[in-house]
Design a protein around this ligand. Sequence first.
Ligand code: SF4
Length: 362
Amino acid sequence: MNRAENPKSDPGNLFPGRILRWYASRKRDLPWRRTKDPYRVWISEIMLQQTTVGVVIPRYHEWLAAYPDLDSLAKAPLRKVLKSWEGLGYYQRARNLHRAAGLIVRDCGGRFPRDTEGLAGLPGFGSYTASAVASICFSRPVPVVEANVRRVMMRMLGIQGRGGPAVDARIRRFLEGAISRRSPGNFNQAMMEWGALVCRPKNPFCLRCPGRALCRAYARGEQEVIPAPKTLRAERLQAVVAVLRNGGRVLIQKRPEKGLLAGLWEFPGGKVEPGETLRTALARELKEELGLGLASVRPFATVRHAYTRYLVTLHAFEAKPAGGLNAVRPGNRPVRWVAVKSLDRYPFPSGSLQIVRLLQSE
Ligand code: SF4
């Protein structure tokens, strides 16, 4: 460890005292910071993994109204839990919340394990979530290393590149020496708040930063190039779906139980392959999925959404099948005719959900 990486040689006593003082005076008053209840902290940490604080606050309250404790979450039907997760990103996280709640209730007498090893054995508890819950709720001195902390520490320590397991290990070693033994939960939250409010990905507020005097990136003018910018580009996709109507009902089908967006519901359709028009793609998908020929189509809506690394333009058509609705021959996937007003009972990915909202606003 060189001098700049040794917290004990830090003349400003940045870690942990100064960071804790900065946090005490600048932290946002967020609902999950008023509790040490591991259930509530856990829910907030999982929601925050992919969604902004502003979006999470009302969703956190809604969630607690629907599932006030572990027991209520464990007993809820999975479909309801997935529905409650709509708009919060990867549905696997909701599945894992449900599974972990069931395991804690069944195998641990309804009490969370108190250390990172026990927590990390639960579904969906990676090292980050386990460290956050163990430090905030059970005062375990284990540092969290997530995107905000990684960015702050790469800049403070002047670590070039995009990061990776070796960089995370180096940051963790440093923070294990720096973390407050008295307030490890506050220390971890202070590190994350520092990254979220001051050491932001773009245009960091270096002049207001509690660590500026010791920041290597700032001293070298490298704060905008550490971490190195991403080069991965999102892939654009065109997709088509059919709105098949039967009186006031529409046909939806369930996605497979494994893989991307597993177990969610959607309108029949799929990706437009190279060389296909929107109409020929829709005709192929309806034939493959429902055994239907296409008699006529009428544009209904075009919506855009993003998932994983894809930017999807989703074209929805009102479709009339050749041979009428009785010709529907579903394959392995469950299909249902559902009244438009009852579509809210089913969990949809965000693109299909936009189509649902348009149908319900007619
Ligand atoms: S001085 Fe700037 S780059 Fe360094 S930690 Fe503070 S905000 Fe980040």
